[in-house]
Design a protein around this ligand. Structure first.
Ligand code: GLU
Length: 257
C-alpha cells in the first residue's frame, strides 16, 4: 500500500517545544519496518515552528509572521536532521519536500512534485513533506498539515492517509469536556451533523483541530483515499491501522483515484 502518514506537533514534541525523543524514535522504527514489509510511505510532518520555538528558547508560540517564519526555518532544519539520523539507523534514506498552495494549484509544479515523489518511492526513499512556512503568505498558504496531508495523498494516489494526533479519533462531542463522548469508529458520509460535533479543539503548539481533520477527510475520501484519525502517542498503532483493524476513526473512500 502507498500510505501518507501525517504527524502533528503535539505528537512530535513535548509541550516545551522540545522533541519527544522516545516517540519520534519509535515512529521512525515502525515506519522503517512497514517499508521493509513492502509498503510505500510518505511522511507529512509538522513541528518546524514548535521545534524552532524550543531551539530558540522562545517563551511562547510567536504571533507575528517573521518570528513564526524564523522559528520554522530553524525548526525545519532540526526536524530533518533528527529524521535523517533516526531513519538511517534502519538503513532508510529520507528526502525533504517543502510545498505551498501555489505549487499544488499550478499544474506544471504539481506534476513536478508528483514526479519527484514517484521517483523517490522507486528509490525506496521516504519523502518527508511540510509546508514551506518561510515563504508562505496568506494567499498561497495551505495553512495546516491535515489539509496538506490530504492534498499530498490525493496527488500521489495514496491508498490510505493516516493522521496521527493527540486524540483517539472523532468523538460525538469533545471528550475533554464530556465524559459521555463516544468514539465514532467508521464514517461513511461527512454530513453537516458530523461537522457540528467538532468543537474546534486546538493544542497550544499545533495549528490543527478536528475541523481541519474533517476537511482533510473530505478532500481525501472524495478522491478515493481512505483516511484514519488515530492517537500518535504510541506509533506502534500504525501496524494495526495498516492491517485494517478497528483503530481510531476510519473515513471510507468514496470517489475513484
Ligand atoms: N507547517 C507547520 C510547522 O511545521 C505546521 C502546520 C500544522 O501543524 O498544521 O510547524
Amino acid at each position: 500500500m502507498r500510505i501518507v502518514i501525517k504527524v502533528g506537533t503535539s505528537t512530535l514534541a513535548h509541550p516545551s517545544g522540545l522533541l519527544n525523543i522516545r516517540r519520534v524514535e519509535e515512529l521512525c522504527k515502525v515506519m522503517s519496518d512497514l517499508e521493509n514489509a513492502g509498503h510505500e510511505l510518505i511522511l507529512v510532518s509538522s513541528g518546524a515552528i514548535g521545534m524552532g520555538i524550543g531551539k530558540l528558547s522562545l517563551k511562547e508560540k510567536p504571533h507575528d509572521i517573521p518570528t513564526k517564519q524564523a522559528a520554522a526555518a530553524v525548526g525545519q532544519c532540526e526536524l530533518m536532521y533528527t529524521y535523517d539520523k533516526l531513519f538511517s539507523e534502519y538503513n532508510r534514506t529520507v528526502a525533504q519536500i517543502l510545498l505551498n498552495g501555489a505549487d499544488i494549484a499550478n499544474d506544471e509544479r504539481r506534476q513536478n512534485f508528483e514526479n519527484t515523489v514517484y521517483r523517490l518511492l522507486q528509490f525506496g526513499v521516504i519523502p518527508i513533506i511540510n509546508e514551506n512556512d518561510t515563504v508562505a503568505t496568506e494567499e498561497i498558504v495551505i495553512g495546516d498539515n491535515d489539509t496538506l496531508g490530504a492534498v499530498v495523498a490525493t496527488a500521489v494516489g495514496a491508498d490510505l492517509l493516516i493522521l496521527l494526533s493527540d486524540i483517539d479519533g472523532l468523538f460525538t462531542s469533545d471528550p475533554h469536556k464530556d465524559e459521555n463522548a463516544k468514539l465514532l469508529p467508521i464514517i461513511e458520509d461527512i454530513t453537516p451533523e458530523i461537522y457540528a460535533m467538532t468543537g474546534g479543539a486546538v493544542t497550544s503548539l499545533g495549528t490543527g483541530g478536528m475541523h481541519t481533520k474533517l476537511h482533510a477527510a473530505q478532500i481525501a475520501t472524495e478522491k478515493g483515499v481512505e483516511m484514519v484519525i488515530a492517537n500518535g502517542q504510541d506509533p506502534d498503532i500504525l501496524y494495526d491501522i495498516v492491517e485494517g483493524k478497528n483503530i481510531g476513526t476510519r473515513f471510507l473512500a468514496k470517489g475513484e483515484h
